[in-house]
Write a protein that binds this ligand. Sequence first.
Ligand code: C5P
Length: 233
Amino acid sequence: MAKDVIIACDFASRQQTLGFLDAFAGHRKPFVKIGMELFYGAGPDIVRAVKARGHKIFLDLKLHDIPNTVRKTMQVLSALDVDMTNVHAAGTIEMMKAAREGLTREDGTRPLLIAVTQLTSTSEERMHSDLLIGAPINETIAHYAACAKEAGLDGVVCSPLEASLIKERCGKEFLTVTPGIRFADAAADDQVRITTPARAREIGSDFIVVGRPITAAEDPVAAYMRCVKDFIG
Ligand code: C5P
């Protein structure tokens, strides 16, 4: 799948989400990220409704459970015809393999499957103290990415600043999906490790996930087109 800008539709309701997407009628159709809040609040029908409008969908549910449960849940998500979904690499290689098997349809096709390594909200100190993982955080992230690759996944979600380390370790075909994107002239909000769409392109990100710089913009279509121009060209 070609490089793309994914809009994080972090809205609370179906109505708000579809109302937001209405503005894009007649323009380039954005790749849309549906996360836990919207999926659990609006139900699987929100995926069908957005898909019916012709958008690609990244369903960001970050599954982490026993392999059998993850396999069966992925079968359900695959039937929803999403284009990308994810799991926590912390669920182990066996769980990631089960996720991939569950996603794979009878004809051998499947949505892209990516792994979360360490959440960007987890500091190195917390990883040491709460999770009792003693390795440096970058080492942990690179190792989890290598496990995801071994399980046959397509890539990882990571901070833009980790993308080159992961490409080095797992090869340039291994996808990096990077949130934490801000325009150079904008506020960081609660994101700490951020970069611009143009820099994400230089670093080699395959997909950028952009929320508030587009959803909270005065002109979301213009903000989206600015991301597309800076990231894809
Ligand atoms: O509004 P903003 O551009 O910060 O939104 C970024 C999106 O990417 C949100 O949906 C957020 O949950 C998600 N995300 C993130 N950092 C991660 C994983 C996902 O910001 N490590």
